[in-house]
Design a protein around this ligand. Structure first.
Ligand code: BES
Ligand code: MN
Ligand code: ZN
Length: 503
């Protein structure tokens, strides 16, 4: 999709559609929409007076102005709800609605009439949210349909229309940045959406290599099973034993800052399919477990965004990738695995595989002498029970990191909520026969999983994000069509921005 930013006066040609956003109380009284409407014969004023459009949140009316409205064929009027309740997340949702309306009308072009003063946010913020909303809301995954019925073509151009040329530059910059980040979210969504017969650990490693080819400053190394053996990564290898696909440890490095700057490590779980292994999951919804690599995919997406934005930071992205399947060679309940760190783990449930592969990945991350480690994983059903499927569970050992993540969460709408990780939880993961056990039962399951991970991140400042809920959506949300959400990318990019400002 092409992105343009234009100031009101430069408009000459006829526009297919313009999206105009209105609050519930104020209506079309002020701002760019009002002047557009005056030019165009008052269609917005008319529908408002009739009461057919009242600016309710998610309300959409289409006006046909006979091109009177400054050469605009159609106006999509989109409600923002009450001004007091307004947030950028609501605006992202409204922008998504505009994009979806344009596509369902089979239009190639959409103009978003932007009026940040009316919205009460800054101009770059408004442009950023508009582009994110339109792009994220238009995402669809359909590489596997050989015949598409009732096809709606992709939008070709999105134009942000400003009242004057005054803020053209900062708005352009914000819009392009939002597009870059949204594309990275697309990458993550695509990877998560792909079926596991195609998106194998090897294929995921191939995608990482492709990224490294495409972006300067980005390099990748793939550790094969032989090297894992040499390093003693027997937790990762143990999980991989039930699969015919060979495991890969994907290590991506991005250097955007001085060589002497210690990196931040991002570690992402990539179980390309989680059947549960010998502790087999029930059949119902098992297909959703193709998304058990969403953490790893978020790390790839983040590295793409950071590399394309040329952010001045050093990063290592570590993605342990394997399937979790039952097979004659599979690891079994009761097995004891010796991790790369030397700590031994008793396997009580082969379906608690995420923490095993992360144990070796977190320990391996320490080789890079990172300033901090953040891991992201679809780790526990317990986290979904605790927080629902819109919120990421956060646990960790570093207050500063958590604070910055919380800020980034508020900013991006990728919500996180902290669960406690007090010392007393560490008891839960002790084994009778080994150092640790990989399952502590149902109670406090998200936290005991984090307690387990903490042993392998220690002593590096560390935060764990459990995205089991928000990684895969079973219902459409305003700018997240159901399916893969691509969660984590926008959160990480924003977090990194704060982290850089802070250091
Ligand atoms: N990948 C699952 C967690 C999950 C559940 C992600 C639902 C997304 C939606 C993970 O590997 C798992 O199976 N966890 C077990 C742990 C238990 C056996 C201790 C769980 O949550 O049931
Ligand atoms: Mn599992
Ligand atoms: Zn899993």
């Amino acid at each position: 999709m092409k992105l343009k930013v234009m100031a009101g006066h430069g408009r000459k040609k006829v526009l297919e559609a313009a999206a105009v956003f209105l609050f519930a109380e104020t209506g079309p009284a002020t701002g760019l929409a009002a002047s557009l409407d005056r030019e165009g014969g008052g269609a917005i004023q008319d529908i408002w007076q009739l009461g057919d459009f009242a600016g309710r949140k998610d309300q959409l009316s289409v006006l046909y102005t006979g091109e009177k409205a400054g050469g605009v064929r159609r106006i999509f009027l989109i409600g923002l709800g009450k001004k007091e309740a307004f947030s950028r997340d609501i605006f992202r949702g409204a922008a998504a609605k505009a994009g979806q309306a344009a596509r369902s009308h089979r239009l190639k072009d959409l103009v978003v009439v932007l009026d940040a003063d009316y919205l009460g946010i800054s101009w770059p913020e408004a442009a950023f949210a508009a582009v994110e909303g339109v792009m994220l809301g238009l995402y669809r995954f359909r590489g596997y349909k050989t015949k598409i019925e009732d096809d709606e073509p992709d939008l070709e151009t999105l134009t942000i229309l400003l009242p004057d040329a005054q803020r053209l530059e900062p708005v352009k910059e914000a819009a392009v940045r939002a597009q870059t980040i949204s594309r990275a979210v697309y990458l993550t969504r695509n990877l998560v959406s792909m079926p596991s017969n195609e998106l194998t650990p090897a294929r995921l490693a191939g995608e990482a290599k492709a990224l490294a080819k495409r972006y300067r400053g980005l390099s990748v190394r793939i550790l094969e099973a032989r090297e894992m053996e040499r390093l003693g990564m027997n937790a990762l290898l143990g999980v991989a034993r039930g699969s015919r696909e060979s495991p890969k440890l994907i290590v991506m490095s991005y250097r955007g800052a001085d060589r002497k700057q210690r990196p931040l490590a991002l570690v992402g779980k990539a179980i390309t399919f989680d059947s549960g292994g010998i502790s087999l999951k029930p059949a119902e919804k098992m297909e959703e477990m193709k998304s058990d690599m969403a953490g790893g995919a978020a790390v790839l997406g983040t590295l793409q965004a950071v590399a394309e934005l040329k952010m001045p930071v050093n990063l290592v992205g570590i993605v342990p990738a394997t399937e979790n399947l039952p097979d004659g060679g599979a690891y079994k309940p009761g097995d004891i695995l010796r991790t790369m760190s030397g700590k031994t783990v008793e396997v009580l449930n082969t379906d608690a595989e995420g923490r095993l592969i992360l144990a070796d990945a977190l320990h391996y991350a320490q080789r890079y002498n990172p300033e901090a480690i953040i891991d992201i994983a679809t780790l526990t059903g317990a986290c979904v029970v605790a927080l629902g499927n819109q919120v990421t569970g956060m646990m960790g050992t570093d207050e500063k990191l958590k604070e910055l993540i919380r800020k980034a969460a508020e900013e991006t709408g990728e919500l996180v909520w902290e669960l406690p990780l007090w010392e007393n939880y560490q008891e839960m993961v002790k084994s009778d026969v080994a150092d640790l056990k990989n399952s502590a039962g149902r109670e406090g399951g998200a936290i005991s999983a984090a307690a387990f991970l903490s042993k392998f991140a220690d002593p590096v400042p560390w935060v764990h994000l459990d995205i089991a809920g928000p990684a895969w959506l079973t219902k459409d949300r305003p700018y997240q069509p159901k399916g893969a959400s691509g969660i984590g990318v926008r959160l990480f990019v924003k977090f990194l921005q704060y982290w850089l400002e802070d250091s």
